[in-house]
Design a protein. Structure first.
Length: 335
């Protein structure tokens, strides 16, 4: 089914029996049943769209080697994994390609050989050869964040927006996709905190109620709530629509004015680099929250209440405490 704004879904070499069946059924059942079937189909198309580049790469490889694409047998998958490793591609990239292939098998309603023991052995061998360490966005210190915010020109809209973006992103442990998805109508200011509701997130695709809270800071310059209020004031009384928008510029040197166009995730990344330093990225906002909270003795449960991560393992993965000199229990031995 076609969706507004959803184009160029990956072409596959087979029909979509499971999805086609659901699509046909959606038009034959009661409206409430059809509504849920439609939502399921939309989710499937969104998934295929997200994986489209990886699926095109896989299908091109199969076409070049005269392999059957769907369903893929163990030999085909093994050949593709070895091909990616030889290019070479990072382990995370290889795993993402395999996840795309696995998910498309599910959407096609076809059996998958992804769990075959031989393929598991091959993947372990590739992991040993390619290496498991991923390049991670570094964490910044609160001192560095304060220094950078102090240097912003808060007489200009871009400075006001940057302060709100950095402070909300950091104190809320936001992914950039969550930041750009924030809407004014999803935010409530209470006496104690600013409560931000996320309809959906990377780990919450079913739209369950998910909220974050950010709090007042003693120094007004570094207070995320005051920063948010200052930015919203520039939006001219809007009560709905995107929080973080691009700035419409006039002639050279003129002050920009907030548009109604939602910021792109790429632009958020560039703004972080511009104001915090080239080595940082939008993901540093989230990593820095977790690292700072851990160093301040916060429990994983308290941290997960803000990050919405499900496991302690993910907290460990996101914290940036690898420096064996700065972060080492041997400091506390009392010798």
């Amino acid at each position: 089914m076609a969706q507004k704004g959803k184009k160029n879904l990956p072409a596959v070499t087979a029909d979509l029996p499971a999805l086609a069946l659901a699509n046909d059924l959606a038009g034959q059942v009661a409206p409430n049943v059809g509504r849920y079937l439609t939502m399921g189909l939309e989710g499937a198309e969104n998934t295929r769209l997200a994986y489209s580049a990886d699926l095109r790469s896989y299908e091109a490889f199969c076409a070049a080697h005269d392999f059957t694409t769907w369903p893929a047998d163990v030999a085909t998958l093994a050949s593709y994994v070895a091909h990616l490793a030889d290019i070479p591609r990072k382990l995370a990239t290889i795993n993402r390609h395999l996840a795309a292939i696995e998910k498309n098998h599910q959407l096609l309603g076809l059996p998958s050989a992804m769990s075959a023991p031989a393929l598991d052995v091959l993947r372990k061998g590739v992991a040993r050869a390619v290496g498991k360490k991923q390049k991670q966005a570094p964490a910044f210190s609160v001192t560095h964040l304060k220094k950078c915010i102090s240097e912003l020109d808060l007489t200009r809209p871009e400075g006001v927006r940057a302060r709100a973006l950095l402070l909300i992103g950091f104190t809320g442990a936001f992914r950039r996709s969550e930041l750009i998805a924030l809407n004014l109508e999803d935010i409530e200011l209470t006496d104690a905190a600013l409560v931000l509701t996320l309809p959906k997130s990377k780990t919450n695709q079913t739209g369950e109620l998910e909220q974050k809270a950010v709090f007042y800071a003693s120094n007004p310059l570094f207070c995320p709530i005051r920063a948010y209020k200052a930015w919203v004031e520039l939006l001219g009384g809007r009560t709905e629509g995107p929080v973080f928008v691009s700035l419409a510029r006039g002639k050279t040197g003129e002050v920009g004015t907030p548009s109604r166009r939602r910021l792109s995730d790429r632009r958020v990344n560039l703004l972080v680099k511009e104001h915090l330093g080239e080595k940082y990225s939008a993901h540093s906002l989230r990593a820095s929250f977790i690292t700072t909270a851990k160093l301040n003795g916060q429990s994983n449960e308290f941290i997960k209440n803000q990050t919405k991560q499900k496991t302690d393992a993910m907290i460990s993965r996101y914290s940036r405490l690898e420096d064996i000199i700065a972060y080492n229990a041997a400091h506390s031995l009392g010798l």
